[in-house]
Design a protein around this ligand. Structure first.
Ligand code: UDP
Length: 326
């Protein structure tokens, strides 16, 4: 029996594959390598292909005796989703629908799904628990929101059991897996690029938010903690758990300026800052209420400190200054 990990060459997927392997699980990776890195995939069977290729899914399930799927594969640039929504609905929703149908046809009925706090949209209360209204403010959020609804319908119709994990801000690195996006839009890698001279400065998008220092507050969660939660969700489903949605965050908020200050401490570098206009679609605060993950999965983040999270990212960057070799 093996676990199929789609998007296993991506940032969070590769860290989850690493942990699954370390725990002795058999793993198979499917990734189209549009944004993923072949070098990020550990020594496991690898297929380059589309999640919507039903024949391929059928073959993988049969050849590897797949018992469950962890579905990471998705496009995740919020800004791009606004200018090119079709790309997001096509891949994140329609191709995912094909994947789920192929899994059901081949009798794979346990799925852990990468969802996102972007399905909540602008928060009406903080911290955000799973009962918070879901009203996405961009096509990326809607593409994931719709997949959550598809999963619910397939539970009713086909007894497909799923855990949709709604991540807050994934960050940090493990020994082997780190953040390498092209283009890079995320805060921590950009701050570290400014620290090591790859960028002349880090842009701060908005300093007039209703927060203590005027910059946006986010809940940064380490990828090793995310990986651990996925494995706990798989175990939960294996034991017959009902379909559910679970937030993954630390429940702690750090502002953009606090992240930069922490990075100065860790790297010992000055890190120039340039105040810029707000970025469209950024809510002022996003902080998780992650009590459900603790209660249902027994999950407790091990890397809650922002300094620790940044240090792991910096250590990885020092070892891999140009990211993964292509
Ligand atoms: N941000 C910033 N400069 C950057 C990248 C991001 O000020 O170079 C801000 C962004 O506006 C947001 C926060 O940092 O308030 C986190 O952004 P990121 O893109 O890392 O994650 P998001 O919250 O959008 O998923």
């Amino acid at each position: 029996m093996a676990i199929l990990v789609t998007g296993g060459a991506g940032y969070i997927g590769s860290a989850t594959v690493e942990l699954l392997k370390a725990q002795g699980a058999a793993v198979v990776v499917l990734d189209n390598l549009v944004y993923g890195h072949r070098a990020a995939v550990a020594d496991v069977p690898f297929y380059q292909g589309s999640i919507g290729d039903k024949d391929l899914i059928g073959r993988i399930v049969k050849d590897h005796d797949i018992e469950a799927c962890v579905h990471f594969a998705a496009y995740a640039y919020v800004g791009e989703s606004v200018t090119n929504p079709a790309k997001y609905f096509e891949n994140n929703t329609f191709q995912t629908n094909n994947l789920l149908n192929a899994l059901i046809e081949n009798d794979v009925k346990n799925v852990v799904f990468s969802s996102t706090c972007a399905t909540y949209g602008d928060p009406v209360r903080i911290p955000i628990d799973e009962t918070h209204p879901q009203k996405p403010v961009n096509p990326y959020g809607w593409s994931k929101f719709m997949t959550e609804r598809i999963l619910e319908a397939y539970d009713t119709a086909h007894a497909l059991k799923s855990v949709a994990l709604r991540y807050f801000n994934a960050a940090g690195a493990t020994e082997k897996c780190g953040e390498h996006h092209d283009p890079e839009t995320h805060l921590i890698p950009n701050v570290l690029n400014a620290a090591d001279g790859k960028l002349p400065f880090v842009s701060v998008f908005g300093s007039d938010y209703e927060t203590a220092d005027g910059t946006c507050v986010r809940d940064y969660i380490h990828i090793a903690d995310l990986a651990d939660a996925h494995i706990r969700a798989l175990d939960y489903l294996k034991k017959g758990g009902a379909s559910t949605h679970i937030n993954l965050g630390n429940g702690l908020g750090f502002s953009v300026l606090e992240v930069i200050e922490a990075a100065r401490k860790i790297t010992g570098k000055q890190i120039e800052v340039k105040m810029e206009a707000r970025r469209a679609g950024d809510p002022s605060h996003l902080i998780a209420d992650a009590r459900k993950a603790a209660e249902m999965l027994g999950w407790k983040p091990q890397f809650a400190e922002i300094e620790t999270i940044i240090k792991t990212a910096w250590d990885w960057k020092m070892k891999n200054p140009n990211g993964y070799a292509e």
